[in-house]
Design a protein around this ligand. Structure first.
Ligand code: DC
Length: 227
């Protein structure tokens, strides 16, 4: 009987999730799903519609919107109700608010449902986020929990901003990461935490190629016994 193979990659911002998840999915021909982009899109729209302070309205927005993720030329493109928000979701303003929006139970329920529906479209899926191995797919075939030092994570994110032409200091990035780590890991619903059966990989001092290699090896081990 055919069934899906799910790889869950969780961890804090800047731990290397997106970079390695994308490459692993490409290598294996799996569908790549960046769930952070979905929380970011709802945050951007809530800011645009000026409903940040209404949990009900933000939850309704998350439930009713049509969200489409596509992975093109190494980048996640996100469209919500046919509006392209790919660039908008990566702004410092969204960074500052996204953890608050991600705390809302109604938002989480709506997006988790969408994530499960998206995964149903493919035989092999690599999904990255904060609660994939704990809540979205507690029975995932492979669960990886990535960590890295705060200094390293801050440097990586500052470099990404610089590549987008945004000049944000490592210190400012660090402050945002510390805030987001606290909110993401202490929230009531689906906090960022390592699943008991996840394999922890510290990416502070290894190359991207090494990260990918470790994860692909773990997947291949599992695939050997897969039917
Ligand atoms: O991975 P990222 O930095 O793009 O995620 C942005 C925020 O979205 C993160 O600070 C917390 C939230 N998030 C979440 O709560 N659950 C997920 N599965 C993914 C992201």
């Amino acid at each position: 009987m055919f069934r899906r193979f799910i790889v869950a990659i969780d961890g804090p911002a800047g731990s290397g999730k997106s970079t390695s998840a994308k490459l692993v999915a490409q290598k294996l021909g799996f569908l790549y799903i960046d769930t952070g982009a979905m929380y970011r899109a709802i945050t951007f729209l809530a800011m645009e519609k000026n409903i940040l302070n209404s949990q009900n309205e933000v939850s309704k927005l998350a439930e009713t919107c049509v969200m489409k993720l596509r992975f093109v030329e190494g980048k996640t493109q996100i469209h919500v109700d046919d509006k392209d928000l790919t660039k908008e979701i990566r702004s410092p303003e969204v960074n500052a608010k996204v953890s608050e929006i991600s705390k809302i139970q109604g938002v989480r329920q709506a997006l988790v449902q969408k994530q499960r529906e998206m995964a149903a479209e493919n035989a092999g899926v690599v999904m990255e986020g904060r609660d994939i191995g704990t809540v979205v797919f507690p029975n995932a075939d492979v669960k990886i929990y990535l960590i890295a030092s705060l200094d390293e994570r801050s440097k990586r994110r500052a470099k990404e901003f610089a590549e987008q032409g945004k000049n944000i200091t490592v210190e400012a990035v660090k402050e945002n990461l510390v805030q987001r780590d606290i909110i993401d890991s202490t929230r009531e619903f689906a906090p960022l935490t390592k699943a008991s059966d996840a394999i922890e990989v510290d990416t502070s001092n290894i190359t991207i190629e090494e990260q990918v290699e470790i994860i692909v090896q773990l997947i291949n081990e599992k695939l050997k016994n897969y039917n």
